[in-house]
Design a protein around this ligand. Structure first.
Ligand SMILES: Cc1cc2nc3c(=O)[nH]c(=O)nc-3n(C[C@H](O)[C@H](O)[C@H](O)COP(=O)(O)OP(=O)(O)OC[C@H]3O[C@@H](n4cnc5c(N)ncnc54)[C@H](O)[C@@H]3O)c2cc1C
Length: 316
C-alpha cells in the first residue's frame, strides 16, 4: 500500500502527510473522492526532494491548487497529490529597482489575497484576475483570465521544478500564454514574478470592484462549479471565438439536469451542482452537453475543466 510506504519514503522530509485525504470536498465543486496520499511540503527543499523521489519510483504526482477548475472522480485518485498551501508557498514579496516594480508570488498564494494586497499598495498588474478563484500556480497553468485579460499579461518570470529537481526560472521571452494554455514544460510551478505599475490605490480599488461586479453579474459565482466547463471554440470561417455558453444555450440545454448536476440558467457554460451531486453526475452531464451541442451545431466542444481520475488527468 502506497499510504504505508509513503510515511517511510518521505519520513525524513519536512512535509505533512495525510493518507486517504478527502480532496474532492476541497474543490469548488465540493464533490468527488479521496487521494491515496495528500502531502503538504513545508519547504522548497522538501518539495524538490519529494518530486525527485516520486520520479525515481514512478509514483503518480499531481498538484492541487484551489480546486477551482477541478473535478475529482468519485473513486478518487491514485498516487500522491501535493498542495502548496503552507506559509513558504504562499509568500508574496515586492521589489522596486528604479522605475521597475515587480511582485513575486509563490505558487500556493491565493489569487484574491494577492490581488487585494497589491491593490492596497496601489500596484496595478493583476486587476484582470478579479473574481477568478485560483492559486497563483493554478492560474498560471490554466492561463486563467477573461474579458479584461489573462494572468500571462503580467508575467515577468515563472519558476518551476526542472527535470533533475533543480529550480528553473523562465523569462517571459521564453513563455507563451494563449487561450487557457501556456508552453511551460515542467509539471510543477513554484513561483512567478509579475510586472506591476504604481497607481492611485483608490482608483485601482474601484477598477477591481467594477471587474468583480461584472463577473458577478455574468457568472453564477455563488454556486458550486468549476467555472466554464468548455473552452470557447474558434469559428473556422471568421477565426473568432464562439462562446461555448451560446452554443449550449442554442441547443436548449439551460437548466438541463442529470442527478444533482445542472446546466446553469445564469451562464450555460457553467455546470453547477447541489449537495446531492456526484462527480459521475457532472461527467455524464458534460458528455451529454457535448453530444447535444455537436448534434445541434456540428461543433465539438473541448473541456476546460480538468478531471482527475484514478489513473490519469483528463483535459481532452
Ligand atoms: C466561480 C468560478 C469562476 C471562474 N471564472 C474563471 C474565469 O473567469 N476565467 C478563468 O480562466 N477561469 C475561471 N474559473 C476557473 C478557475 O478559476 C481557473 O482555472 C483557475 O486558474 C484554477 O486555479 P486553481 O489554483 O484552483 O487550480 P486547480 O483547479 O487546483 O488545478 C487546475 C490545474 O492546474 C494545475 N495546477 C495547480 N497548481 C499548480 C502548480 N503549482 N503547478 C502546476 N500545475 C498546477 C492542476 O494540477 C490542474 O491541472 C472559475 C472557476 C470558478 C469556480
Amino acid at each position: 500500500m502506497l499510504s504505508s510506504s509513503a510515511s517511510t519514503m518521505f519520513s525524513d522530509l519536512e512535509v505533512e502527510i495525510t493518507p486517504d485525504a478527502p480532496i474532492g470536498p476541497m474543490t469548488w465543486y465540493g464533490i468527488g473522492g479521496h487521494a491515496d496520499i495528500l502531502i503538504r511540503p513545508l519547504t522548497i527543499e522538501a518539495l524538490t526532494t519529494l518530486v525527485m523521489r516520486c520520479r525515481r519510483t514512478r509514483t503518480d504526482l499531481r498538484v492541487f491548487g484551489k480546486g477551482a477548475n477541478l473535478l475529482v472522480a468519485d473513486d478518487g485518485v491514485s498516487g500522491i497529490v501535493i498542495t502548496l498551501d503552507t506559509p513558504t508557498f504562499r509568500e508574496i514579496t515586492y521589489n522596486a529597482e528604479g522605475d521597475v516594480h515587480t511582485m513575486r508570488a509563490m505558487a500556493g498564494a491565493d489569487m484574491a489575497a494577492t490581488l487585494m494586497d497589491a491593490t492596497r499598495r496601489g500596484l496595478e498588474g493583476l486587476s484582470q484576475m478579479a473574481g477568478i478563484p485560483a492559486s497563483i500556480g493554478g492560474a498560471i497553468r490554466m492561463n486563467a483570465g477573461g474579458k479584461y485579460g489573462c494572468i500571462g499579461d503580467a508575467i515577468e518570470t515563472v519558476t518551476c521544478i526542472g527535470r533533475n529537481g533543480e529550480l528553473v526560472t523562465y523569462p517571459k521571452s521564453e513563455l507563451t500564454f494563449t487561450y487557457r494554455q501556456t508552453n511551460i514544460p515542467d509539471p510543477i510551478i513554484i513561483a512567478a514574478t509579475f510586472r506591476v505599475t504604481p497607481t492611485d490605490p483608490i482608483a485601482l480599488r474601484e477598477k477591481v470592484k467594477d471587474i468583480f461586479s461584472y463577473k458577478k453579474s455574468t457568472q453564477p459565482l455563488a454556486d458550486h462549479s468549476a467555472g466554464c466547463t468548455f473552452k470557447n471554440p474558434i469559428d473556422p470561417e471568421t477565426g473568432e471565438f464562439i462562446p461555448a455558453g451560446k452554443l449550449i444555450d442554442r441547443a436548449g440545454l439551460k437548466g438541463y439536469c442529470i442527478g444533482g448536476a445542472t446546466v446553469s440558467t445564469h451562464h450555460a457554460n457553467f455546470i453547477v451542482t447541489n449537495p446531492s451531486a456526484t462527480a459521475s453526475d457532472v461527467m455524464r452531464l458534460l458528455a451529454e452537453v457535448r453530444k447535444r451541442v455537436f448534434d445541434h451545431s456540428g461543433i465539438q466542444l473541448e473541456q476546460e475543466v480538468v478531471i482527475w481520475r484514478r489513473k490519469e488527468e483528463d483535459t481532452a
